[in-house]
Design a protein around this ligand. Sequence first.
Ligand code: BTN
Length: 312
Amino acid sequence: MKARLLKILREADGFAVSQKIMLAQLGCREVELAAVITELNGQGYDIRGVSDGYQLVRSPDTPWPWEFSGRQERIHYLAEVGSTMDVARDLAAAGCPDLTVVVAGIQTRGRGRMDRSWYSDDGGLYFTLVTRPAVSPEEGFQVNFMACAALVRTLRRLAAIPAEGKWPNDILCDGRKLAGMLSEMDAPTGMINYVNIGIGVNLNNCPAERESRAVSLKELTGRRFSRREVLQGFLASFEADYSAGDFGGAVLRWKGCAGSLNREVTVVTRRETVRGTAEDVDRDGALLLRLPDGKRRKVIYGDCFYSGSDKG
Ligand code: BTN
């Protein structure tokens, strides 16, 4: 009902719609319409009663489920949460549908890769996507590269910025970190139960206050971005690739929008620091480095830093 009601009001482009028309289109009674409007106003909308109808004056930038047409049942919005990874893990374990999304206003215990925390204050976009790809556990990482490429496309399109992927799944712009991804896989019986992809995007927040190598879309462009619009754009882009099922081509597509190859890098893993030239990312998603002594080295997971730059 909320989605349909908002659609009617938005189609009027800021003008009022008569109550009679709304009741007829929604097939409800006056008292039900008034109750839903009261509820929406309590959820941040500004819908005003005018002579014989209603007018939508403002919508909040809150990713309420009903704003995601066709995906409404799969969107879970929480104003504040410890980490969306934890909620998504519980939902996935309880059997939630493929492509369920947990999105939060702020996170009080946001997690990053390599046991770091992810500072998640107001204005950023923080969500975890539950996926259940029909691939083997060895190939499960492909879905991360698919998500990274989809997010790069979305940010380039919405903000007209030269965003690019950095191995394994960061997104940079002008060498500064715009978004990060963290994934958790569950494959207890040799088959994937879920791969949860947690994504944090610096949108309207100021991450550089805490982390000089980070930047937000707002800082890059000088304007604010809608969390809802970025999430909708990402989901449309990702779901198109995901439903096409070309997981094998995900790394290739990621390479097409990544800036990590053919450059000097330092990769920090849990056990060591390796320097070399990033030559390729193989079918397993591992980074192939050419070491100074000419030998080749495969790195499965770690943090990658571009040499000769204090950024990235
Ligand atoms: C990284 O670059 O280290 C990965 C950061 C991932 C952050 C996101 S925000 C949404 C989801 N919930 C979390 O606690 N972490 C991920």
